[in-house]
Design a protein around this ligand. Structure first.
Ligand code: ADE
Length: 253
C-alpha cells in the first residue's frame, strides 16, 4: 500500500479528482491511499498566515517554512532526507525548479510506502524546505503552473498506474511509451476508412510478424519526428536509424 499525503492551501482542489479510472480502482482495491491536508492546519496565529514577503525585496509572497515543516513532520515523522528515504518515505516539493518528472522517477516513487507531497504556491517556497525537508524537488515539465496542485494530480496518476495490479494486465505498463525511451506506436480501430483516411493495410493482414515490424518502425518514425531528444538516445542499429528518416508516407514504413 502506497500512501500519498498532499499538503496544500487548496485541499478542496483534490475533492473528486482521484475518483476516476485507474486511480479510483487502485484506491478501491487498497493499492493506494490519498489524502489532502490544509497547510493552514499547521499555523498558530489567528489569521492562519502561511506566507510572507521575500527577504531582499521583490514582488509576491513566499510560503513560510514553519507550517510546511510542521505539516511534514506530523505526517511523515521527523528526520532528515536520508533517514526518511531509509524508512521508505519521500517528501516531494513540487516546483518549476525541480528535477523533471520522468517514468523512471515515477517508478522510484511507486516502490516506496509513503509520499508526502508539498504543493508550492505564490512566487515560491522558502528555500529551506528544498534544502532541509524535501527528499526530492520535482517539476512536471518546463512550464510554470500557478501552484503545485495540478502537478500533484499528475504525480499521483503517473505513480499509481505503476503499482503492481493497478492496470488490468501486469505487462501493460512496461510496453508503453517511455519505458524503452520510445513513444508508443499508433493505434487504429474501426472503421477501416474514416473521412477518407484508411487504417494501414498491414494492420488488417493478420500477419503478426509484419504487424510487429510496422509498429516498431512507426514508433521510431514518430519518436524521431516528435521527440528528437529521445530518438538521439535510442540504442538503434544502423539499419533502424537509417530507415527512420522521417520521410515516411502516412502509414507506410
Ligand atoms: N509549480 C509551478 N509550476 C510547476 C511545475 N512545472 N511542476 C511542478 N510544480 C509546479
Amino acid at each position: 500500500m502506497l500512501r500519498f499525503d498532499i499538503i496544500t492551501i487548496f485541499p478542496e482542489f483534490f475533492r473528486g479528482v482521484f475518483d476516476f479510472g485507474i486511480v479510483r480502482r487502485a484506491r478501491a482495491g487498497g493499492l493506494v491511499e490519498t489524502a489532502a491536508h490544509d497547510l493552514r492546519t499547521w499555523t498558530h496565529d489567528r489569521h492562519k498566515v502561511v506566507d510572507d514577503r521575500p527577504f531582499g525585496g521583490g514582488d509576491g509572497m513566499v510560503l513560510k517554512p514553519e507550517p510546511v515543516f510542521e505539516a511534514v513532520e506530523s505526517l511523515a515523522g521527523a528526520g532528515d532526507a536520508q533517514s526518511l528515504r531509509e524508512a521508505g518515505k519521500r517528501v516531494v516539493l513540487l516546483s518549476p525548479q525541480g528535477r523533471v518528472l520522468t517514468q523512471e522517477l515515477a517508478a522510484e516513487f511507486a516502490a516506496v510506502e509513503h509520499v508526502v507531497v508539498i504543493c508550492g504556491r505564490y512566487e515560491g517556497v522558502d528555500e529551506r524546505v528544498a534544502e532541509r525537508l524535501a527528499t526530492d524537488e520535482v517539476s512536471i515539465g518546463d512550464y510554470v503552473l500557478s501552484g503545485g496542485e495540478p502537478a500533484a494530480v499528475v504525480l499521483v496518476d503517473a505513480v499509481t498506474r505503476l503499482l503492481p495490479g493497478a492496470l488490468g494486465s501486469e505487462t501493460s505498463a512496461v510496453n508503453e511509451s517511455f519505458s524503452a525511451g520510445l513513444l508508443d506506436f499508433p493505434n487504429y480501430t474501426r472503421p477501416v476508412e474514416f473521412r477518407g483516411a484508411r487504417v494501414p493495410e498491414v494492420l488488417l493482414s493478420g500477419h503478426h510478424a509484419e504487424v510487429a515490424r510496422w509498429r516498431r518502425r512507426a514508433a521510431l518514425a514518430k519518436t524521431r519526428r516528435n521527440r528528437p531528444d529521445l530518438f538521439a538516445h535510442l540504442p538503434l542499429d544502423d539499419e533502424e536509424r537509417a530507415t527512420s528518416t522521417g520521410q515516411e508516407e502516412e502509414g507506410n514504413f
